[in-house]
Ligand binder design. Structure first.
Ligand code: ATP
Ligand code: MG
Length: 434
């Protein structure tokens, strides 16, 4: 039986090792040559004293183009010249796939490559350990999110991504051809999450793509992102939902700081875990802060990118990274949010992370008549939503939930400059490939 080996890694037997990886660099120094081989764990030095290595093998290895995929077998020698404390004197090699020349972009060269070039050649960009580390952290982050919600009794669900109607309706929907009729890509699982609240699946979560046909060319919008959605029933108020999000985020930050130590080191970042509870500001307080900071917003206006940033700066001055903004005007929120009766506000909130929204949530309107009235107020035709409204006609518990863009969370956590850094193959108004 073949030994189980880690992908591309080392296997050693009686002082003979076989290593598989990419040729990162070759230095020819006359009587001796060095080849640096890289795999996902790091690099190892192949040392080739001309007199000790078979001439054919020497000729082959010293002429390999950078980034060629190879397997090299040789004697392991202790060495105080290398970071691993060992080197390999090769005795045989197999070239799996020779790299073309020149490379579309460098892997170790210390020159700044534009993001477009990097994204066009993402397979090569990802060979950089500090880039790959972001996606290893993203994977860990999703694992931690799942642990946190499962601990709280949430059931994972999958809702359709092709639908006859959108959650918020309108302009942000991508239309697709569904046989002989139009359909839309899901901008959020909102309506399905809510339907499920009428079933006894009291706490559900989904981690899945969401599509937004927004022509925004910003560092925080893409047209396809991964949304982590949760919905819980039998709640008394939206504060229960906020408490749940706080617990989940705290679990993720704490866990990633611990489990992702190696990857965080590779990208030169640390994660700070904010104290709990996260402060709750009201929308009105934020409006005041934004206007004191120079904006001229009226009651009911969206805080906008600028407003969010000014509030973020004010919070940062107090050493606060994560905070809720609650009680948005009902007018600014979708039909499914519950109004705060007798006020122009609603039981809704955002979670902001250093001046940027990462989540929206709230208590939902579970009363059929009120829900229909809200739809009409927003100019929607309830008949278009009968598949959703039916679930409210036969006993719908009070419920609430949230949507979190996981790339926004990751980007803020790691202090990355652009959401595209946290997506392998980003989609935006001008990018549809690779
Ligand atoms: P924004 O105002 O920042 O554009 P939004 O309020 O339109 O966001 P929601 O509909 O509240 O977004 O979606 C819930 C969450 O999904 C957001 O808080 C964000 O984390 C994420 N999200 C929304 N749109 C995008 C997008 N285009 N790209 C990446 N993430 C997004
Ligand atoms: Mg929002």
């Amino acid at each position: 039986m073949a030994a189980i080996k880690d992908s591309g890694s080392i296997s050693v037997e009686d002082g003979v090792a076989t290593v598989r990886g990419w040729v990162q660099d070759i230095r020819n120094m006359g009587g001796i040559s060095f080849l640096t081989l890289r795999d996902r764990h790091g690099t190892i030095q192949i040392t080739m004293p001309k007199k000790k290595v078979d001439p054919d093998l020497f000729g082959l290895l010293t002429k390999l183009p950078r980034e060629t995929a190879v397997s090299i077998t040789g004697d392991v020698k202790a060495s105080n010249q290398t970071s691993l404390g060992l080197e390999i004197i090769p005795t045989s090699a197999e070239v799996y796939s020779e790299a073309g020349v020149p490379l579309p972009m460098g892997v170790i060269d210390k020159v700044n490559v534009e993001m477009d070039t990097r994204l066009n050649n993402r397979f090569m960009d990802l060979r950089k350990p500090e880039i790959r580390a972001i996606f290893e952290l993203k994977s860990m982050m999703v694992g931690l999110i799942e642990e946190a919600v499962r601990k709280n009794g949430f059931v994972q669900v999958y809702t359709p991504k092709i639908s006859a109607a959108g959650a918020e309706g309108g302009a942000e929907l991508f239309q697709v051809q569904y046989f002989d009729r139009p359909a839309y890509l899901a901008q959020s699982p909102q309506l399905y999450k809510q339907i499920l609240m009428s079933t006894g699946l009291d706490r559900i979560f989904e981690i899945a793509p969401a599509f937004r046909a927004e022509r925004s060319n910003t560092n925080r919008h893409v047209t396809e992102f991964i949304s982590f959605d949760g919905e819980m029933s039998w709640i008394e108020n939206e504060e229960e939902v906020m408490a749940m999000i706080e617990e989940i985020i705290d679990y993720v930050l704490t866990g990633l700081k611990e489990r992702g130590r190696k990857q965080l080191e590779a990208i030169g970042k640390d994660i700070s875990v904010p104290a709990r509870p996260y402060p709750v500001l009201t929308y009105s307080e934020c409006l005041k802060i934004a206007n004191e900071g120079g904006l001229g917003l009226k009651d009911g206006d969206d805080l906008g990118t600028e407003g969010e940033k000014i509030v973020g700066d004010a919070m940062a001055a107090k050493g606060i990274d994560l905070y809720f903004i609650a009680e948005y005007p009902e007018e600014a929120k979708p039909f499914y949010i519950m109004e705060k009766d007798g006020t122009p506000y609603s039981f809704s909130f955002d979670l902001d992370y250093r001046g940027q929204e990462i989540s929206s949530g709230g208590q939902r309107e579970h009363r059929y008549d009120r829900l229909v009235a809200r739809m009409e107020k927003k100019g929607l035709n309830p008949e278009d939503f009968s598949f959703y409204l039916d679930a409210f006609r036969y006993g719908m518990p009070p419920h609430g939930g949230w949507g979190i863009g996981i790339e926004r969370l990751l980007v803020k956590m790691l202090d990355l400059p652009n959401i595209r850094e946290a997506i392998l193959f980003p989609r935006d108004p001008s990018r549809l490939s690779p």
